[in-house]
Design a protein around this ligand. Structure first.
Ligand code: NAD
Length: 298
């Protein structure tokens, strides 16, 4: 039997509608809307297209969006001064610095200079620490893991007591999603295992998973026989495996052998159209949250 498809494109629409409605209500009652600044350094085409999508989505949900484009040769001191300016700007609730940054700038120094209360990407060590503590302490969960958890919950998958296996231990996906799933509370309370390149018997661990979250960046890594029948499979991998000559667009594949896996799993995310659309959506949710914290509404 074919698994239920968990479509990020549809969940994104639901969440963006909810955000738009809430933004309008806050505007009515408090006369303010969330303010988001995107800082783009240089003209890297991939960065420009990510930023364009973020700006478009921010406009769609009714945010004030400030685009700040800076030259490739900006000095570290000037970029730090710019961040300081937005840290102190009352109309800005979220600061985004599009990565990667040019060589002359220390990426860690820049990200750590963002006010943790405006760090809507959730990468600042203070927010990483808050995530580890869990509960009310969490302000801005990082966007891709937050999107994954939201998909699992909205698909109606039971997480409490579930065996969750996370493939990959990166700071932006594997470690934070593992941490989020083991916390006390709704959408979590799971028993979590993280597996990685040094793990013995990867297949054996995956076979136990009620919820299998794969973020390795290796196309087709997870074989159908690794999947527990009826389980929920979240494929975070986005791998370019070629180019469609007709459309000129990249051909994308996930980390899971989708065609075979969908005959075994109970629910599964496609690639593309699965986790991908959730990241920017959760960025909008975090920016709205930032304003709500400021107004005492969250
Ligand atoms: P990363 O390269 O930083 O980390 C990959 C992790 O997978 C590492 O911890 C590594 O140990 C593990 N790994 C790699 N090969 C493995 C193997 N053969 N067996 C076991 N473990 C293995 O990558 P990342 O930033 O976490 O991203 C992972 C994938 O998710 C990539 O394809 C990336 O493009 C995608 N991604 C998608 C989104 C999105 O859809 N919004 C966001 C972030 C990342």
């Amino acid at each position: 039997m074919s698994a239920k498809l968990i479509k990020g494109t549809e969940i994104r629409e639901e969440i963006l509608e909810e955000i738009t409605k809430e933004v309008a209500e806050i505007k009515d009652k408090h006369g303010v809307v969330p303010g988001l600044v995107t800082i783009l350094i240089g003209e890297n085409p991939a960065s420009m297209s990510y930023v364009t999508l973020k700006i478009k989505t921010a406009h769609r949900v009714g945010f004030t969006e400030v685009q700040d484009s800076q030259p490739e040769d900006i000095s570290e001191a000037d970029l730090l001064a710019l961040i300081d300016k937005y840290n102190n700007d009352d109309s800005i609730n979220g600061i985004l610095v599009q990565l990667p940054l040019p060589k002359q700038v220390d990426e860690k120094k820049i990200l750590n200079a963002i006010d943790p209360d405006k760090d809507v990407d959730g990468f600042h060590p203070v927010n990483v620490g808050r995530l580890m503590i869990g509960g009310d302490e969490v302000k801005f969960p990082p966007c891709t893991p937050a999107g994954i958890q939201e998909m699992i919950v909205r698909a109606g998958v039971e997480t409490s007591g579930a065996e969750v296996v996370v493939v990959g231990r990166s700071n932006i996906v594997g470690k934070p999603i593992a941490n989020m799933m083991l916390q006390k509370g709704p959408g979590a309370n799971s028993t979590v295992t993280i597996v990685h390149t040094r793990t013995k018997d990867l297949a054996g661990h995956c076979q136990r998973a009620d919820i299998l979250i794969v973020a390795a960046g290796v196309p087709g890594l997870v074989k159908p026989e690794w999947i527990k029948p009826g389980s929920c499979v979240i494929d975070v991998g986005v791998n370019r495996i070629g180019m469609n000559e007709k459309t000129g667009k990249a051909i994308l594949r996930g980390d899971v052998d989708f065609d075979a896996a969908k005959e075994i799993a109970g629910s599964i995310t496609p690639v593309p159209g699965g986790v991908g659309p959730m990241t920017i959506t959760m960025l909008m949710k975090n920016t709205l949250k930032s304003l709500k914290f400021k107004l005492g509404l969250a």
